[in-house]
Write a protein that binds this ligand. Structure first.
Ligand code: C6P
Length: 398
């Protein structure tokens, strides 16, 4: 396996680290850290405001990042809004599109969602008298087109769905869902937080109306996210935050706004973060999303093969659809198990992963999640499996 760890300074500072929590946040390569450093050492000023060369340079780099993001997902640059993260993007869509929701309208979602994907729409439903409707999941927690058709009606106005679940890792049939939703006049808001870092996502091919994702899960800085929206929709939607830089003409009792995407970017943006997001995208594009996916699946297969011989483990997504393994050690609380992983320098996540409905669907209060990215290798998996066995033996010995 190619050694990608050498690009990530954290490994030089933590020699024995087995980082298996990339679904929460990825590690950051040196090129991204260097770009942030470059901005603060060499530019350091605001965008879109200063009538001087440094500010022009900052603005150029900021807008270059927008072009790179757009190309990465096959969008147009005016369809890219920079936000603080996937949660902010998902909230922006719901809070703005709320103006077009009326009593009796239906919004379809799934039990698989991260809280940030469905809670903004639950809020919209509570405020507007609309109804949140859930696609019934299969026994193993999957979304099927057959079940989607059961809840799609002429009252459906929005479908809010993840492309990849952060707990079970399944990839949902977004393209078919968009096609069917559009036939009844509904729009589709896709949560791409767990898909965009790991697979090629082409918004034109999917024909989704919105796509939200975060920089920090794809080797980029934390604090920056992306909202893709079809331009005609972004243009007709009202801004949800008002103030600096998004205004066109402002009088005592009247105001007009810039065109999308700028009307959604209020105030001084996350300048260094946006600028360095370009480097993250260049970095993962150079490695290649197909290579990333293949490496993750190889690691998952290796881990599942090893776990097969470990008694007392319950795995909730025993398949090769994704780079996540979500499981429990029978009779051991995930947070107790986490203390053993931590002692061994193995970073995993234990809890309900900001997705209580799917955790309840699994009939659990919390689970342990191990998530791979391309910088992991077999030695990380070996340490992980060793810790699973140690946690089981230690806690079941009482
Ligand atoms: N999931 C996890 O450990 P933010 O925090 O705004 O960057 O992303 C929110 C979000 C939205 N959708 C999905 C599917 C996600 O997985 C996340 C973040 C992390 O699973 C932190 S809770």
């Amino acid at each position: 396996m190619e050694d990608y760890k050498k690009y990530f300074p954290i490994y030089a500072n933590h020699k024995d680290l087995a980082y298996l929590d990339s679904a929460a946040s990825s590690l950051k390569p040196k090129c991204v850290i260097d770009k942030i450093d470059y901005y603060y050492n060499n530019i350091c000023v605001n965008v879109n405001r200063g009538v001087y060369s440094l500010s022009y340079e900052a603005t150029d780099l900021y807008e270059e990042s927008r072009r790179v993001v757009a190309k990465f997902i096959n969008a147009k640059e005016e369809e890219i809004v920079f936000t603080r993260g996937a949660s902010a993007s998902l909230n922006l869509v719901a809070n703005s599109y709320m103006d077009f929701i009326n009593p009796g309208d239906e919004i379809i979602t799934t039990l698989q969602e991260h809280h940030s994907s469905f809670m903004p729409w639950l809020n919209v439903c509570n405020k507007k008298g609309a109804k949140l409707v859930y696609i019934p999941l299969t026994e193993d927690g999957k979304v099927t087109i057959e079940n989607f058709k059961k809840v799609l009606t002429k009252n459906t106005k929005v479908v809010a769905i993840n492309q990849v679940s952060n707990v079970l890792g399944y990839t949902n049939p977004i393209k078919e869902i968009c096609k069917l939703a559009h036939e009844v006049g509904a729009i589709v808001s896709v949560d791409g937080a767990q898909s965009v870092p790991h697979m090629k996502v082409d918004v034109k091919d999917l024909d989704c109306d919105f796509l939200s994702f975060s920089g920090h899960k794809m080797c980029g800085p934390s604090g920056v996210g992306v909202l893709y929206g079809k331009y005609n929709l972004l243009q007709k939607m009202p801004p949800v935050e008002f103030g600096g830089d998004m205004a066109q003409d402002v009088y005592e009792h009247e105001m007009t706004f810039k065109d999308a995407p700028y009307k959604f970017e209020t105030g001084t943006p996350l300048i260094s973060e946006v600028i360095a997001l370009k480097d993250a995208i260049d970095f993962i594009s150079n490695i290649g999303l197909d290579n990333i996916k293949a490496r993750e699946l190889e690691l998952k297969k290796y881990a599942l093969d090893k776990l097969k011989s470990v008694d007392g483990i319950e795995i909730y997504n025993n398949n090769l659809d994704s780079s996540l393994i979500t499981f429990n050690i029978k009779g051991v609380h995930p947070h107790d198990a986490a203390s053993i992983f931590d002692k061994n320098n193995v970073c995993i996540r234990a809890g309900f992963h900001c997705a209580q409905p799917i955790t309840r669907f699994l009939d659990q209060i919390s689970t342990i999640r191990c998530s791979f990215y391309f910088y992991n290798d077999f030695s990380d998996v070996d340490k992980f499996v060793k810790s699973v066995i140690e946690a089981r033996d230690f806690f079941l010995s009482f």
